[in-house]
Design a protein around this ligand. Structure first.
Ligand code: ADP
Ligand code: ASP
Ligand code: MG
Length: 829
């Protein structure tokens, strides 16, 4: 046996085995192994739960019979589960005299009792206790059979050694002081292992009274406290207390220690590790408690004790389902003394326990939570209690909201830190979950929130990521995989290992082009995404995209739009509302109506999501960010001019060298600088969109139609010709244009296609620019933005560099993507 608590007078170890440890033959064997090999050199008191599921089935048998139904099926299943274990032992030639005799006797008695319940249409609590206790009666006897078979000096004891402190048939308390001598008397020298059924004790008249659901933990804790045991071990099917329910949070971590108070808070709000009730006797007598895994007995488990080190700010997160919130609201509550007391008394008198209660500061409302099963009873109790107030319209109707859950964050270290609640709430809202009630106790050991029941799992996962995950995940869905999209995927592949070193994990969850969508089961394999999209991609619509979030359980997913699709841009608000960040290279959304422009920003902030579009202007050049930074710091843009198109920068540079327009366009096309149809560039619409985005960024309330656009070349003669006839048609304007170029040159100027903002007006036009001015030097596909601001004058701020091309654009999108992450709190103090 491991170290002793020091003050233990007796060398007794208490071991409790829960239902998951005695679910079947394998469980009984594993538990017997633990008793045999991990019981230490002193005596052992073993306390057992019923075979897994048996209590629930017995309860179902009772409830169905009360309702007039036939509870026999449930009863038979309960009996069958236990019989199977006996049969398996028989098959192995192991005698089970105690277990077999008990079950045989119960088969007759239980059938009669359940039939009695059905005839009566009710089940008195006294009978309910007797029926439910049989599960533990069986498992404990069977364990004695098994230990005896192994040659261990084991004895069975009834719970008459656990006298009760109160008269409650279903949720009683053990009189710990009185139990001590009785237990010790039964722990004679001849006995190595004393086995008791958990879950019930006996009153003065010797009648069975239950200790509450999951009461075996409490039996063990009270016994350990009563005899002054060296330790109380709770053996389960998990390695210990986890930072969250491991069935829901796959990367939950097993804790090496927790304090009594933390264990209490975590259990109270749903962590199924040890019942909250069990912690009272343990903590009162300072009994060291271990949570251990029956199936992995060499694992160290979790130690629950007073001095748990506070190395972690937050210890764990728990969630409790099947809760109802009840609100009393109305002016009649204001300033009246004793309302909360009346609420509590009304519920207590009907044995309804209140999980949490919050009063708004104006005292206009009180919200409390109870178990869903108690909700209707609670409503009636409150309606009766506040009958007078309701009659005189001093309060509104009692509002009951079912199917709620409580998610709570627990840790004694929290009281020394600020901002924990903020991070907790941010994480929950990042998961797209609405918080309805917040409660924090004055000990600051726990913060609890009430949310919709079906949102509890995502909220729990989000909080776990926020507080415990070292790795930050970027989950993304890429829409549009042309030049920029494919380049982005290439950059991800290249950059992922470096990011992982910094604890950022990039996960591409889905990829779509205009025709089909590929959703990964987990993550898309970037080494062969093209083939996969081709082979496994399916036709899709926006609902399919939105569904990915729930399907893969994503917390902070991002849509990256590398298309030029206007219809897709019109869906961003919906995507933001559905909890996605949106990062777009697509310029359409920001140049649609001003109403939509505003709606996008409201949707992003309302849903705590990011809407990022750095590459909309100047590709990878940090223009949007720079502008936002200047404006936020109080600077003002006086005027702006820029060369915002890579293709036109190229074309006008060639004109400067004396090339004809038609030839320059042809060259730019050859080099891949233009859109497939170069008229999309020449018309000036693309530059107008970029200019509008800059203008809106500095607060101008303009529509696209407000931008005055002079095309780069006269469009009249070329607008309507076939693409094949385009270059010959442009030749028709070569001469006139050459004249313009020559005229500018004579004045020491060059022609540039410039977007400018001045006096609140946007204009896109061909301009003759002095060669020595910033824009005069911009050519060969380069972009430049010249910002004349209050601070930057007379010399303006100039940003220049390649403003087009897949590599720089993808890098800009990548940058935006990295800005969507929220980082976990550093756990170490
Ligand atoms: P037993 O009756 O055997 O004691 P329960 O069925 O009451 O076991 O609960 C065991 C289950 O509780 C575990 O399998 C685990 O999935 C779940 N659980 C919930 N929250 C936690 C947590 N924070 N740490 C460990 N297990 C948890
Ligand atoms: N069997 C009882 C229950 O399921 C007691 C226990 O297992 O702790 O509530
Ligand atoms: Mg249990």
């Amino acid at each position: 046996m491991s170290s002793q608590s020091g003050k233990a007078a007796v060398n007794v170890l208490v071991q409790k085995f829960g239902g998951t440890s005695v679910a079947d033959l394998k469980g009984f064997e594993a538990s017997a192994d633990v008793i045999q090999h991990h019981g230490g050199d002193g005596q052992v008191i073993v306390v057992l739960s019923a075979v897994k599921g048996v209590t629930d089935l017995l309860l179902a048998a009772i409830d169905q019979s009360v309702e007039g139904g036939d509870g026999k099926a449930a009863l038979n299943e309960a009996l069958q589960r236990q019989q199977i274990v006996l049969d398996e032992y028989a098959a192995k030639g192991i005698a089970t005299p105690l277990g077999a005799a008990f079950l045989q006797q119960q088969k007759e008695q239980l059938a009669q009792r359940i039939e009695g319940v059905r005839l009566l249409g009710q089940c008195p609590d006294r009978i309910r206790a007797i029926i439910l206790a049989t599960g533990e009666g069986f498992s404990s006897r069977l364990m004695v059979d098994l230990l005896m078979h192994r040659g261990i000096a084991a004895a069975w004891s009834d719970t008459d050694v656990l006298p009760l402190a109160n008269e409650d048939w279903l949720d009683s308390l053990i009189n710990v002081d009185a139990a001590g001598p009785l237990l010790k008397a039964r722990l004679t020298d001849a006995v190595k292992v004393l086995v008791l059924p958990g879950f019930y004790g006996r009153n003065a008249a010797g009648e069975i009274q239950l200790l509450g659901r999951n009461g075996t933990d409490y039996s063990a804790a009270a016994i350990a406290a009563a005899v002054g045991a060296t330790r109380c071990q709770i053996w389960k099917d998990v390695d210990g207390f986890f930072t969250a329910d491991p069935r829901i949070v796959s990367n939950a971590q097993c804790l090496d220690e927790v304090s009594y108070e933390e264990a209490m808070e975590l259990s109270y709000f749903g962590a199924k590790v040890i019942s909250a009730k069990a912690l009272t006797p343990l903590s009162a007598k300072d009994v060291l408690c271990e949570i251990r895994n029956t199936y992995e007995p060499d694992q160290p488990g979790t130690l629950i004790h007073r001095e748990a080190k506070r190395t972690h700010v937050v210890r764990g997160i728990s969630h409790l389902q099947n809760v109802a919130s009840i609100t009393l609201h109305g002016g009649g509550l204001r300033g009246r003394v004793g309302i909360a007391r009346r609420v509590m008394d009304a519920l207590a008198s009907r044995s309804i326990s209140i999980l949490l209660i919050v009063q708004s500061s104006s005292e206009y409302s009180i919200t409390l939570c109870v178990k869903q099963a108690d909700a209707e009873k609670a409503r009636r109790a409150l309606e009766d209690e506040f009958h007078f107030e309701r009659l005189h319209k001093l309060i509104d109707e009692v509002l009951v909201q079912g199917n709620r859950a409580v998610v709570s964050l627990v840790g004694e270290g929290m009281k020394h830190y600020r901002g924990i609640a903020a991070r907790f709430l941010t994480a929950i809202s990042s998961a797209g979950v609405n918080v309805e009630v917040i409660a924090q106790g004055s000990t600051e050991c726990a913060i609890a929130v009430v949310v919709q029941g079906d949102a509890a799992q995502s909220a729990t996962r989000a909080c776990h990521t926020a507080f415990f995950s070292r790795t930050t995940h970027i989950d993304l869905i890429l829409l549009g995989c042309g030049n920029v999209g494919s380049e982005l995927l290439r950059q991800f592949r290249q950059q992922s290992p470096k990011l992982l070193e910094q604890d950022v994990e990039l996960r591409v969850r889905a990829i779509a082009n205009s025709r089909s969508l590929l959703v990964a089961d987990d993550v898309v394999d970037l080494s062969q995404w093209q083939q996969q999209l081709e082979q496994k991609g399916t036709v899709y619509n926006m609902d399919d995209i939105i569904a990915i979030r729930d399907r893969l359980g994503l917390l902070n997913p991002t849509i990256v739009d590398c298309s030029t699709d206007e219809k897709l841009a019109a869906e961003y608000v919906r995507l933001l509302e559905a909890g996605f960040n949106v990062v777009c290279a697509n310029k359409k959304a920001n140049t649609m109506s001003l109403d939509y422009y505003r709606e996008l920003r409201t949707a992003a902030s309302r849903n705590f999501r990011r809407f990022l579009y750095e590459t909309n202007v100047g590709a990878g050049l940090p223009i949007i960010d720079t502008l936002q930074g200047l404006i936020r710091s109080g600077d003002q843009l006086k005027s702006f001019e820029g060369i915002l198109s890579g293709s036109l920068s190229m074309i006008f540079g060639l004109l400067e060298d004396g090339m004809a327009v038609s030839e320059a366009v042809a060259r730019a096309m050859e080099l891949g600088y233009t859109e497939p149809d170069p008229r999309d560039d020449l018309s000036g619409l693309d530059v107008a969109r970029k200019l509008l985005i800059v203008a809106r960024e500095i607060g101008l309330q303009l529509e696209l139609s407000d931008v005055d656009v002079e095309p780069a070349v006269p469009m009249d003669s070329i607008a309507d010709v076939d693409k094949a006839e385009l270059l010959p048609a442009i030749r028709g304007i070569d001469a006139a244009f050459a004249e313009k170029v020559a005229k500018a040159k004579a004045e020491g100027k060059v022609l540039r296609y410039v977007g400018s903002i001045k006096d609140g007006k946007c204009r896109v036009a061909v301009e003759a620019v002095p060669k020595e001015q910033p824009l005069g030097a911009i050519r060969d596909g380069e972009n430049a933005l010249v910002l004349h601001t209050h601070y930057y004058q007379p010399i303006p701020m100039v940003l220049r560099g390649y403003g087009a091309g897949a590599a720089v654009t993808a890098a800009g999108v990548f940058g935006d993507l990295l800005r969507t992450v929220w980082r976990p709190l550093d756990q170490r103090s």
